[in-house]
Design a protein around this ligand. Structure first.
Ligand SMILES: C[S@@+](CC[C@H](N)C(=O)[O-])C[C@H]1O[C@@H](n2cnc3c(N)ncnc32)[C@H](O)[C@@H]1O
Length: 394
């Protein structure tokens, strides 16, 4: 298996991500069975998780061995590697200019370079194997959890299930008949924050392969319509295949390149902008990105996010709900984008993120949810995510 993992490493180039290299490698080595593919993928991801501990002069096989040994040591005893060491080796140094942790009451020290409990928890989470989350059809979470090998439910969402087995989910009858989607818990919480109602008209402006489009359409009980747009036609084709499997028909697709020329003159009850971002919130699942993402990417994406928000916002009806989501944790792409938008658009009022969602993460029922939420990987055992919400006043 180490030779296969070394083969994947050799195929990774500056412009090819580890998950893409793995996909191509498996296409070229079709005889590899799912259990073998799982071990190879895991070894490649472990390698990037522990990259800066490895001896750069050693052979790729030797480095892979070192990474696996470190990972086993860490998994057996996460405190065997000091959080201070993780802070300088597990992530690039620039991250600490962009990410900070809540001060007291979590007891974080005032010195941003110091490692308090929240930062240590975040770093340890980054080095663990990521959880696999499924989204059941509305109301079907507990029944699906019982029918599928090994699953755990979560108080964060009644429809989210963590799969803890090793079976090939794509071969299950439940998958083939559209009883669940593989969707990270943090992404599911974006759909719950949007909380569309049956019969409404929503725009999922950066719909990609439709993870959130399908969730919105499902929450709308196949009534009303979700406009799903993206600039990548291949992704929209995947969205259509997924929607057919889930038997969801209350959507339509179109091309939108993010510019001021909009795909429709329709005014929407709600708009979800799940914007392109640096993906820092996915660094546990996709550790290669820690070493390829740069501060320039963050700056550039922050500019793009502001433009996209400005371009979509005129399509909202008065009283409509605008949701901005990014699977990142950087200040430039989260609070800075939101603050700039709120300052420039007095017609939009910040609104509770989980104001209308039942069972979503956030404050207990009856309390006031904030207008921005940063979901940390260590709190969810899932991707990191930022969500903001506004209501259009006029
Ligand atoms: C975070 S991903 C969307 C994921 C998707 N919403 C889901 O839940 O599966 C961002 C998407 O934005 C699209 N995108 C990037 N730049 C864009 C632009 N300028 N205009 C429109 N879409 C863009 C990308 O093609 C990508 O599919």
């Amino acid at each position: 298996m180490l030779n296969h993992a070394a083969g994947v490493l050799a195929a990774i180039s500056a412009d090819q991500r580890a998950d893409t290299a793995l996909r191509f490698y498996f296409e070229e080595h079709r005889y590899l069975q799912p259990p073998a593919k799982r071990v190879i993928s895991h070894t490649v991801f472990v390698y990037f998780r522990w990259l800066s501990w490895l001896d750069s002069k050693a052979s790729p096989q030797k480095r892979l061995e070192q990474a696996v040994a470190l990972h086993e040591r860490f998994t057996a005893d996460p405190k065997s590697i000091k959080a201070e060491t993780l802070a300088v080796r597990a992530v690039p140094a620039w991250l600490w200019d962009e990410v900070s942790f809540p001060p007291a009451p979590t007891g974080e020290p005032a010195d941003p370079a110091a490692v308090g409990p929240a930062k240590a928890g975040y770093l340890r989470q980054l080095q663990r194997d990521p959880a696999l989350w499924l989204r059941a059809r509305p109301g079907q979470g507990p029944a699906l959890a019982k029918s599928l090998f090994a699953c755990e439910t979560t108080p964060r969402s009644a429809d989210a299930i963590r799969f803890t087995g090793v079976q090939d989910l794509f071969k299950t009858e439940q998958f083939k008949t559209g009883e669940f989607e593989i969707q990270d818990l943090a992404s599911q919480l974006v759909g719950l924050a949007a909380a569309p109602k049956p019969g409404e008209t929503w725009w999922d402006a950066c719909a990609g392969e439709g993870g959130k489009t399908l969730h919105l359409a499902d929450l709308m009980q196949n009534k009303g319509v979700v406009w799903a747009t993206d600039r990548n036609a291949r992704r929209i084709d995947t969205l259509k295949r997924r929607a057919a499997r889930a038997k969801l028909f209350n959507y339509r697709t179109d091309f939108w390149d993010g510019g001021s020329r909009l795909p429709t003159k329709t005014k929407f009850d709600g708009i979800l902008l799940d914007a392109p971002c640096s993906g820092v919130g996915t660094w546990q699942r996709n550790p290669h990105a820690r070493w390829t993402t740069t501060p320039d990417d963050v700056r550039e994406l922050s500019g793009m996010q502001r433009v996209l928000l400005t371009n979509v916002c005129g399509s909202l009806k008065p009283g409509g709900r605008l949701i901005y989501a990014v699977c990142t944790l950087t200040r430039s792409e989260t609070t800075a984008v939101v603050d700039a938008f709120t300052a420039a658009h007095p017609e939009f009022e910040p609104a509770p993120v989980f104001g209308t969602a039942a069972g979503a993460a956030g404050p207990a029922p009856g309390s006031t949810s904030p207008a921005t939420v940063l979901l940390w990987p260590q709190d969810l055992n899932a991707n990191g995510m930022f969500i903001a919400a506004w209501i259009r006043k006029t």
